[in-house]
Design a protein around this ligand. Structure first.
Ligand SMILES: Nc1ncnc2c1ncn2[C@@H]1O[C@H](COP(=O)(O)OP(=O)(O)OP(=O)(O)O)[C@@H](O)[C@H]1O
Length: 233
């Protein structure tokens, strides 16, 4: 369980995350929604440890979450084009390997086997040797997911992972993400600008307005009116 308690992050006078309390279960995909500037990215960054909150805590199984527990899916554009899909995925595991391996570019055979399995998990069998720069947007985003999995996280976060994709491709990327979250029993949180893209894929919706949590409900209980209310708030 990922437990967030009284989380608050301010930038000067601006309160980006305002007293968020939530507990997220493993094996569930949570979709985070809210208007531009509502605090979605700031919340995800606090969960990942990239941003230090002003107050509040993020705990995993009762312990303070450490950086390797939490993986943020790389935006497709943040991958290294000239490297192969396999090399990009292997880079995701460097935090778990000794630093000298990064320097000499050598990965343990077990890490390579795991990376190939992760490409398989996101439906990219046969693409290991392909330059990432030659892949489609949807394929690149799936490499980004495989890269995050290589970190062996307990929590998988993605900030608008399908924003640059057409709806059908975006949907298929979300389905892959949900499948991985369920199979590996990860805590999964994805922010989305098109909430309906996650219909039938999300287990739960969280809605932010001005940094405050204004929606926290099981997907089955969320209809259009409740989603719209988050944007009107
Ligand atoms: N590094 C920063 N310095 C100052 N203010 C910031 C910083 N990062 C975010 N903010 C402010 O905090 C608030 C929340 O921003 P955040 O990026 O978390 O929103 P968001 O919901 O992710 O928006 P979007 O959907 O546009 O990406 C905004 O008002 C933003 O201007």
């Amino acid at each position: 369980m990922l437990t967030v308690t009284a989380l608050e992050k301010r930038y000067g006078d601006e309160v980006a995350v305002d007293g968020v309390d939530v507990a997220l279960a493993p094996g569930e995909l949570t979709v985070l929604i809210g208007r531009s500037g509502a605090g979605k990215t700031t919340l995800l960054r606090c969960l990942d440890g990239l941003t230090e909150p002003d107050s509040g805590t993020v705990r995993l199984g009762g312990e303070r979450a450490v950086p390797t527990d939490v993986a943020l899916v790389f935006q497709a554009g943040a991958l290294i084009d000239r490297k192969s899909a396999l090399e990009n995925v292997l880079d995701g595991g460097l935090g778990r390997e000794p630093a000298w391996r990064e320097l000499v570019g050598w990965h343990a055979p077990s890490a390579k086997r795991a990376a190939i399995e992760r490409l398989h998990a996101v439906g990219l069998d046969g693409y290991a040797a392909r330059r990432v720069g030659d892949l489609s947007g949807g394929q690149r985003q799936r490499v980004g997911i495989a890269r995050a999995l290589q970190q062996e996280p307990a929590v998988l976060l993605a900030d608008e992972p399908v924003a640059a994709l057409d709806p059908a491709t975006g949907r298929s990327v979300l389905e892959r993400l949900a499948a991985v979250v369920r199979r590996r029993e990860l805590v999964g949180v994805v922010s989305l600008h098109q909430p309906r893209l996650a219909d039938g894929v999300a287990d739960r919706y969280l809605g932010l307005a001005d940094g405050r949590l204004v929606l926290d409900a099981a997907a089955a209980d969320v209809d259009d009116a409740r989603i719209e209310a988050v944007y009107d708030d």
